[in-house]
Design a binder for this molecule. Structure first.
Ligand code: NAI
Length: 396
């Protein structure tokens, strides 16, 4: 079929297999251009099909020649209906890994469930024995709790007082003020249940119980802090509470890993356009101003550049791993540079519908958004009839 973007708000209902393949090929090419990283050998990535998780999978496989098992939750294709982008990304990744002779297998299902944990661990035991790196990169709006059966829904709301701030509809470029009501106590509990550390810890408990972690194993999850501008909706809001919980879980997990000399860390990454971040209020406007400033300074990075730096210069540099006062690895350092933030704050105060194209990088935002779904890549013929029914090699 000929596949065009079908955009509804902050999601796109279609995805292009050739474009997703191009996105994966570009990331592999970037990784290879940076040369090998003396890194992990056997990696489990939970949330492996898009965004930071896919970048982590590519960096592991094509930077460190590591065997990878990827877990994700994606919609398979049906005749006449495209898959979700993570499906096509993974199909392309698996093909490239096969060509390169690198072990890769994938599991599609709910990572919050006991079932998928058991299935994944059985695969590790059968094929790899143990893993030396676990990356937890889930972003989900809901979690069915495996023990209580409660369906938790996360919300993106401020705590205490309602928020009014600028935001942009990135499709139309219209800048407006948005008001978001303060959350309830239940909202906080639910958001922590979905995006906090409980499930991460459950994964590590299950892996430890099955003796599926190598000595010196490293365990990573991803967090975000951001500037004062987005504090009310992000770091001081419901999602921020979940990130506090995730970050404190790193210490709990590290304690549990002591006997195998392993360690758990949270890496604080940069704000980027992903399916998860497009859904947040206020953030798209911040990102478009941030992109403009960072591109002008030459410090802009996407997911793959961020994870390359995380692996090469931080976790696997061979030097002592530097963390902040809360034990977190920071690759958001360039985003939070004082000069960058002062530029963004200045633009923020002035931004309106009329001048956003000049003050911000709305085009960059839109193009990254389309790229998430495999659209807007040069070298892909979007008028071509393509097969939407692409299988994933190595899917269990
Ligand atoms: P994303 O939306 O691109 O990726 C989410 C991944 O989780 C996908 O592989 C998806 O299939 C998987 N997933 C979702 N629900 C699942 C489930 N129930 N079972 C199995 N897999 C499931 O998200 P992104 O942005 O890469 O986020 C990953 C992590 O990075 C999150 O913790 C996020 O908070 C964090 N982060 C994101 C930043 C951003 O600006 N996008 C900045 C800093 C941190």
């Amino acid at each position: 079929m000929v596949i065009a973007p079908k955009i509804r708000g902050f999601i796109c209902l279609t995805a292009h297999p050739k474009g997703c393949e191009k996105s994966v090929l570009n990331q592999i090419e970037y990784t290879q251009s940076k040369g090998p990283i003396e890194g992990p050998k056997k990696v489990l990535i939970i949330g492996a099909s898009t965004g930071f998780g896919m970048a982590s999978r590519i960096t592991s496989a094509f930077g460190s020649n590591a065997a990878t098992i990827g877990v994700f939750f994606e919609k398979p294709p049906q005749d006449g209906k495209t898959a979700s982008p993570g499906w096509y990304n993974t199909a392309a990744f698996q093909d490239q890994a096969k060509k390169a002779g690198i072990y890769a297998k994938s599991i599609n299902g709910d990572a919050f469930s006991d079932d998928i944990k058991n299935k994944t661990i059985a695969l590790i035991k059968a094929d790899l024995g143990k893993v030396d790196l676990v990356i937890y990169s889930l972003a989900s709006p809901v979690r069915l709790h495996p023990k209580t059966g409660i369906l938790h829904r996360s919300v993106l709301k401020p705590i205490g007082t309602a928020l009014t701030n600028k935001t942009v509809d990135f499709h139309s470029g219209v800048v407006t003020n948005i008001s978001v009501d303060a959350c309830t106590e239940d909202d906080i509990t639910n958001t922590i249940a979905v995006m906090g550390g409980e499930d991460w810890e459950m994964w590590i408990d299950a892996l430890l119980k099955a003796d599926a972690l190598e000595n010196n194993a490293t365990v990573l999850a991803y967090s975000y802090i951001g500037p004062v501008l987005t504090e009310a909706v992000y770091r001081n809001g419901t999602i921020g509470r979940a990130k506090d919980d995730l970050e404190s879980t790193a210490f709990k997990i590290s304690d549990k890993l002591k006997h195998i000399h392993g360690q758990a860390f949270v890496s604080v990454n940069k704000a980027l356009v992903t399916q998860a971040s497009s859904a947040l209020p206020v953030i798209p406007l911040y990102i478009s101003l941030l992109y403009k400033t960072m591109k002008q300074k030459g410090t802009h990075e996407g997911c793959i550049e961020q994870i390359q730096r995380l692996f090469r210069d931080r976790v696997f540099s061979g030097n002592t791993l530097l963390t902040d006062e809360k034990g977190r690895i920071r690759v958001d350092d360039w985003e939070l540079e004082a000069e960058v933030q002062s530029e963004v704050a200045k633009s923020w105060a002035l931004t309106s519908t009329e001048n956003l194209a000049e003050l911000g990088d709305l085009e960059g935002y839109r193009s990254d958004f389309l790229n998430l779904f495999g659209f807007g890549f040069s070298g892909v013929d979007y008028l071509e009839d393509v097969n939407e029914n692409i299988p994933i090699d190595g899917l269990q």
